[in-house]
Design a protein around this ligand. Structure first.
Ligand code: IVH
Length: 670
């Protein structure tokens, strides 16, 4: 059948328009027609081609899918080898690269570089003959790759025909670039695979590689792949002076180029741009693992040449690994503002993406069970987009059998209320509405100006520290580590160091400040001062009775009651003990002479006034020591009813023996 002239013309026009709109959409990222209008063009073309099949050519935009599955991929040579790149991880290494180039060229002048994101996908070569895409291959070993033309054809951002409206197309072009999968598409694909019971891909790179090496192009077509192009193999009918010009010409031909490319003079600017890309990295919808630095001038590139596997004119300046392996030491609970109680993994500190991390949220109980994360597990941790680190997965193959499954505690770690979990919710909550606010207030008061005066620790930071599970009570403040702070939003190296120094400085304090800081009801700055002046030591205040307190001028019965009650509460005594253990030193205290200070005791036989345990406690409380066996250095052996062999031993060694009554006499405090 003869195809009418106007139909041929219309078909040609439609193809050109579709190609142009692809270019607007994929390369310029600025479409000029709606999706519906675009679809209408494609549908019209499809209809005409159906009616006149003899008009169909392989470069028609309708001909992306359709090739039958292959048995295996043919091997194709790369006429110009596809080299790899030398790696660098630090500014020093990058400066060394620059210095090497200058030495090689015998010049001191700044070098101009192009900077490109280093795509984390897989390298391919696209061959265009007279502007038509005829062959596409994987990198393979750099010399020979696999012919994946039919799969590459299914990628919408690869033009089947180069655009010639901006500038003429070359006779032959071997364009090189990176095929990748967007992060979101990757997540979606993995979800679908899970639903179908298929193993998920480990990362977008593997997903892209797996998709491109499908024997059936229909499968590849169903996988959302993309491409960015960045280099050439052979080219005839066109030459470039610079890498920058090459990249721009690519765009004119409709080849997709990463929009974050940059041209700079001198290596320092390259180093700053690397920093910038590292910052942008989390917000990009594709994975990059560094920045490629290329000498811009192609004649300089030629002079520099290549080593066996990599060119001297380019360098991959990699980002530090954003994933590391460490061990979970414990799983603790943190209480949030709303009462939500979240399990947090406490890990051996490890560097992730340049920052040391030691904690990661585990979200909730079910999530821990679902992912089978246990205390003692080796895990992969990642710092995702934001600063918050997360546990990717446990390394089950490293288990020794010593790992312990997590058991959700029943009580709030802060206030002791019984935790509740509503039907259908994954989260346990502390039902006490005062829990978090009260704790936050207590700590904020402790660190405030008239109290311990810890600069850089306002109420907001206190809340952050609680929510992140870093502190659960006041003494935890003194165990904060630098990496804990760095994991919080708003903290950098310097501010973290400043806060730690402020905490350290606050350890030496006065009794008045300390008494105000611990937050006894009715004890404000003035009362704290009165108490400090009167008692001159914390121990004496702690042992004072309500009557003792009431006798002090300026302290009324209500205040006295509140103080006595506070110190009689075991929780508060523990708090004081923990603060002292954390290294708080109250200066200017009058030292109490403890009656048993430095003396050692051994008990034998049964006592009539105490249980053995009580007697031991009393000795320790009064500054003495209790030993289990008699030695030359024992000061006293307390002899009760029916003494044992210890008495004989004491006699043998000449250690003083005393009765229970004499012991009581010794413990008397005057
Ligand atoms: S240029 C001779 N530019 O990195 C120059 N490579 O280790 C060779 N890659 O196999 C490559 N983004 O897969 C170049 N903008 C970029 C790149 C890039 C990613 C990959 C590519 C190559 C590997 C080299």
């Amino acid at each position: 059948m003869n195809v009418p002239e106007e139909v041929l013309e219309r078909i040609q026009k439609l193809r050109d328009e579709i190609n142009y709109h692809n270019y607007r959409y994929y390369v310029l990222d600025s479409p000029v027609i709606s999706d519906e209008d675009y679809d209408a063009l494609v549908n019209e073309l499809k209809a005409l081609e159906e009616k006149y099949p003899e008009t169909i050519t392989p470069d028609s935009p309708t001909q992306r899918v359709g090739a039958p599955p292959s048995e295996k991929f043919r091997t194709v040579p790369h006429h110009v080898p596809m080299l790899s790149l030398d790696d660098a991880f630090s500014p020093e290494e990058v400066r060394e690269f620059d210095a090497r180039i200058k030495r090689f060229l015998g010049s001191e002048e700044d070098i101009e570089y192009t900077l490109e994101p280093k795509m984390d996908g897989l390298a391919v070569e696209l061959v265009y003959e007279k502007g038509i895409f005829t062959l596409g291959s994987t990198r393979g070993d750099g010399f020979n790759g696999e012919d994946v033309t039919n799969n590459l054809r299914t990628i919408p951002s690869i033009p089947l025909k180069l655009l010639s409206r901006n500038e003429p197309v070359p006779e032959l072009l071997e364009a090189r670039g990176e095929v990748y999968m967007e992060k979101r598409a990757f997540e979606k694909l993995n979800q679908e695979r899970k639903k179908q019971g298929l193993p998920p891909f480990a990362n977008p790179r593997n997903a892209a590689a797996g998709s491109l090496r499908q024997l059936d192009p229909k499968v590849t077509a169903s996988r959302p792949l993309q491409i960015f192009l960045y280099g050439v193999g052979r080219i005839t009918g066109r030459s470039f002076n610079t890498q920058w010009e090459l990249l721009h010409t690519f765009k004119n031909w409709g080849l997709r180029v990463n929009p974050l490319i940059k041209k700079v003079m001198g290596i320092e600017k390259a180093i700053s741009y690397h920093q910038r890309l590292a910052e942008l990295r989390p917000s990009l919808d594709y994975e990059i693992d560094g920045m490629v630095i290329k000498v811009n001038d192609l004649s300089l590139q030629e002079k520099l040449g290549a080593k066996a596997k990599s060119p001297r004119w380019a360098l991959a300046y990699k980002f530090e690994a954003a994933q590391s392996i460490t061990r979970i030491k414990d799983i603790i609970l943190s209480v949030g503002r709303t009462g939500a109680v979240t399990p947090v993994a406490v890990m051996e500190p490890v560097k992730v993406g340049g920052v040391t991390v030691s904690r990661a949220t585990l979200h909730n109980e079910d999530e821990i069970r679902r992912r089978d994360i246990r205390i003692g597990d080796w895990v992969i941790v990642r710092r995702a987009g934001d600063v918050i680190p997360e546990v990717v997965r446990p390394l089950k193959e490293r288990r020794t059998g010593q790992e312990k499954p997590f058991v959700m505690p029943q009580y709030c770690p802060v206030c002791g209320s019984r935790l509740v979990r509503k039907d259908g919710e994954a989260i346990w909550r502390c039902p006490n509405p005062d829990c978090f606010p009260r704790l936050a207030k207590r700590i904020a008061h402790f660190v405030s100006k008239g109290a311990m005066d810890i600069e850089g620790l306002g109420p907001k930071v206190v809340e952050q520290l609680i929510t992140a599970g870093i502190i659960r009570d006041i003494p935890d403040l003194y165990y904060i580590k630098k990496e804990d702070l760095l994991s919080l939003e708003g903290f950098a190296e310097k501010s973290a160091e400043n806060l730690l120094a402020a905490l350290e400085n606050s350890k030496h304090t006065t009794l008045a400040r300390f008494l105000f800081a611990i937050g006894i009801r009715h004890v404000g700055e003035v009362t704290a001062q009165v108490l400090a002046e009167h008692f001159k030591s914390l121990d004496r205040l702690m042992n004072a009775s309500r009557q003792d307190l009431e006798a002090i001028e300026g302290i009324g019965p209500e205040v006295a009651g509140s103080i006595a009650q506070w110190f009689s509460d075991e929780k508060n005594r523990t708090l004081i003990k923990r603060l002292m253990e954390a290294g708080i030193v109250i200066e200017g205290q009058k030292q109490e002479e403890l009656p048993l200070k430095g003396k050692s005791f051994v008990f034998t036989g049964s006592l009539s006034h105490f249980k053995r345990e009580e007697a031991k406690k009393l000795v320790t409380a009064l500054g003495g020591q209790v030993q289990s066996t008699v030695g030359k250095r024992t000061d006293f052996v307390v002899v009760g009813e029916n003494p044992g062999s210890k008495l004989e031993k004491a006699r043998k060694l000449g250690v003083k023996t005393i009765t229970e009554e004499e012991f009581l006499e010794l413990t008397r405090q005057d």
